[in-house]
Ligand binder design. Structure first.
Ligand SMILES: Cc1ncc(COP(=O)(O)O)c(C=O)c1O
Length: 399
């Protein structure tokens, strides 16, 4: 039996363009302020040691902001290189017309992936002689030099050559004719946790190890090799970490990784998470809200139902712990955050209506909610909050 679609027989011609015209701000969305990114990069660059380059770290879709938009404004602000995590992220930027050098911070280990990297003019991070040899063979095959960065492990125990073997290995690598070493770098493991003495000494130790290593290797004067170590925290700590380039993510997006320093920096958040009120209801005292009914209204309560949930990237463990902004006023979120919706107590407000916009992250009037607040409440880090936003939240550029 054929199933009859309910709309069969109706003429929808008048509405034929409706789907194309769905407003990106119809439900929930992320507003990205390119100008804020540009200003942040300009400011951060002004804090760098003279002639130090700025690599904008735009991995994970530009920390959830949209890598293409972030790259565009970071370059306007003076970023001279870009850092991504994966081959696909690099290809995406190249196909978006980005011309600046791009370093892949993750590891490529197959010949196929390294050929794709070479083809797309992306520089891989190399952590072993094995990977060097593959790159050298690829360079040879095409009669060119394969540009890459060598990474050394000074204490992160993630990617990188072992420090104590690198001096010898570097001599060997230098003899490979078809690779061009564009950079030597390492990564700080604990600079973000600068409040503890232990992490301070770990960070200093890593810097010391890196410097010692650099003093032991012989870099020919005709080789232009960029030396880099610092992430945002390292960059903000001291010029001692700057070397030839810094690789900056979080602070470029407007947040300081070190709270003590953060309050004094003129960084501007570039991301605003907004949502429409989809429904309003009034419930009696004693009524439970959301799954499990764990939140019970202590009085007659006016609830706004917001069309956003954990499937959009709002952590469910923030249930009952966050506030939402409307017109310079905070409203508490109540009950469990569900997959696609959450409830907010708006008792006493007459101005919030169905279709009103509320702000989950960013500022409204003089008040601001930061991913750092969310991270504290959900026992994670702001990086994870930013990277968790899903694609179903349209990214909308505003300036
Ligand atoms: C190798 C590397 N460099 C730089 C960064 C940027 O770090 P941040 O966002 O703290 O500035 C990252 C981020 O995780 C990274 O993995």
């Amino acid at each position: 039996m054929q199933i009859r679609r309910t709309n069969q027989g109706f003429n929808f011609d008048k509405y034929s363009n409706f789907e194309k015209d769905i407003d990106p701000k119809q439900r929930a969305w992320i507003e990205v302020k390119g100008k804020a990114l540009e200003t942040n990069v300009r400011y951060l660059r002004s804090q760098l040691k003279k002639s130090c380059q700025f690599m904008a770290v735009v991995k994970a879709d530009g920390y959830g902001h949209d890598a293409k938009v972030v790259s565009e404004y970071a370059i306007k602000g003076g970023a001279s290189q870009l850092g991504v995590a994966t081959l696909q992220e690099g290809i995406y930027l190249r196909s978006s017309g980005v011309k600046k050098p791009i370093l892949i911070l993750g590891n490529l280990y197959t010949k196929k992936d390294l050929i794709i990297s070479f083809k797309n003019d992306l520089m891989p991070t190399i952590s072993s002689i094995r990977e060097c040899l593959i790159c050298n063979n690829i360079g040879k095959q095409f009669g060119l030099k394969f540009s890459l960065h060598l990474k050394v492990d000074t204490g992160m125990s993630r990617l990188g050559f072992e420090c104590n073997k690198f001096v010898q290995q570097f001599e060997k690598i230098k003899s490979y004719e078809h690779i061009s070493i564009k950079g030597i770098y390492s990564h700080l493991s604990s600079a973000d946790e600068h409040n503890s003495l232990e992490s301070q000494s770990t960070t200093q130790l890593q810097r010391q190890k890196f410097k010692e290593l650099l003093s032991q290797i012989k870099i020919d004067s005709n080789h232009d090799i960029t030396i880099h170590l610092a992430n945002s925290a390292g960059m903000l700590l001291s010029h001692d970490f700057h070397f030839h380039m810094v690789r900056v993510g979080l602070s470029m997006y407007g947040y300081s990784p070190i709270q003590k320093i953060g309050n004094n920096l003129p960084l501007k958040p570039a991301l605003f998470l907004k949502v429409k009120v989809a429904f309003i209801r009034i419930v009696d005292e004693g009524v439970g809200v959301s799954y499990g009914g764990n939140f019970v209204c202590g009085r007659k309560t006016k609830l706004a139902v917001l069309s956003i949930g954990y499937a959009d990237g709002v952590p469910r463990n923030l249930s009952g712990k966050i506030k939402v902004l409307h017109n310079n006023t905070f409203y508490p979120q109540v009950g469990s955050i569900t997959m696609d919706q959450m409830m907010v107590d708006i008792t006493g407000s007459n101005e919030i209506k169905i279709g009103s916009t509320m702000t989950l992250l960013g500022s409204d009037g003089e008040k601001t909610i930061s991913p750092i607040d969310w991270a504290r409440e959900s026992n994670t880090i702001p990086w994870e909050i930013l990277c968790s936003f899903k694609n179903r939240l349209p990214r909308v550029q505003v300036n």
